[in-house]
Design a protein around this ligand. Structure first.
Ligand code: ATP
Ligand code: MG
Ligand code: ZN
Length: 232
């Protein structure tokens, strides 16, 4: 099987690999160098490789509910950052079963926010705690403080798959610190979860979930696993 290889910038037909277009009024960056820079920024924001190309345009809005989700995500992006808005409108809580497109939409928003020049960061919550465990065991590359500082400051933080992490006192304590930090600084957080609010409350406790509910507009994803569509 041959893998599709992206055209490297040096073969760009518009700029012949220089990364710049020279016009009468001066030089401007070629589209190819802007795209390459956006991709680097998305990687720095920890967007997983598989999700680098996931945009709102790539999300197939085949039903009314999905069209509404794309419209809401588009509005959210256009208005970002919305400091003067109600706290409850600053973030999104994307709720739904597996394979319904929650991570796709969260990453598409994050990508758009980065494209606007804001800072963004993606963490899959179980991964975050695996990384923290590696650090505690002396194996990680950064420190716990570095990770939390970065996650507490980003203009947009995506917390993917909340509720899929194994809970412990340590996990609950750190999640509280992180979410409370976002809450106190009025920063935007997009959270995805397979759990209902009630299940999250049982798992994470009322104080974390109460803050999430105040910070985020809930968005329900309709059932239907996109990953299984080839089987239908
Ligand atoms: N409407 C859609 N149009 C195009 N691609 C989609 C759509 N819905 C889902 N996908 C794709 O299907 C795959 C699964 O979607 P995604 O990972 O976003 O699901 P999820 O809701 O986050 O699932 P989970 O809860 O299991 O993490 C991804 O590759 C995503 O891009
Ligand atoms: Mg997901
Ligand atoms: Zn070019």
């Amino acid at each position: 099987m041959t893998k599709k290889v992206k055209t490297p910038p040096e073969t760009c037909p518009h700029c012949e690999g220089t990364g710049y277009i020279i016009a009468d009024d001066g030089a401007r960056p070629c589209q190819c160098s802007r795209e390459a820079e956006l991709e680097r920024a998305c990687r720095r924001a920890r967007i997983p490789r598989k999700f680098l190309g996931k945009t709102l345009q790539a999300f197939k809005a085949t039903t009314t509910a999905k069209r509404q989700i794309v419209a809401l995500a588009g509005d959210y992006l256009r208005n970002f950052p919305r400091r003067e808005s109600q706290p409850s409108e600053r973030g999104l809580l994307l709720v739904g079963r597996e394979g319904t497109g929650k991570t796709h939409i969260a990453v598409a928003i994050l990508r758009g926010v980065i494209e606007k020049g804001c800072s963004g960061l993606y963490w899959n919550v179980p991964e975050l705690f695996l990384e923290l465990r590696r650090i505690i065991n002396g194996e990680g590359e950064s420190t716990e403080a570095d990770i939390f500082d970065e996650a507490r400051k980003a203009d947009l933080l995506v917390l993917d798959d909340l509720g899929a992490e194994k809970t412990s006192e340590y996990v609950l304590d750190r999640l509280y610190v992180l979410i409370n930090g976002r809450y106190e600084n009025d920063l935007a957080t997009v959270i995805t979860t397979n759990r209902s609010i009630e299940e999250l409350r049982q798992q994470l406790g009322p104080r974390i979930v109460s803050r999430i509910c105040e910070m985020c507009v809930p968005v329900e994803f309709p059932e239907g696993d996109y990953r299984l569509q080839n089987l239908r």
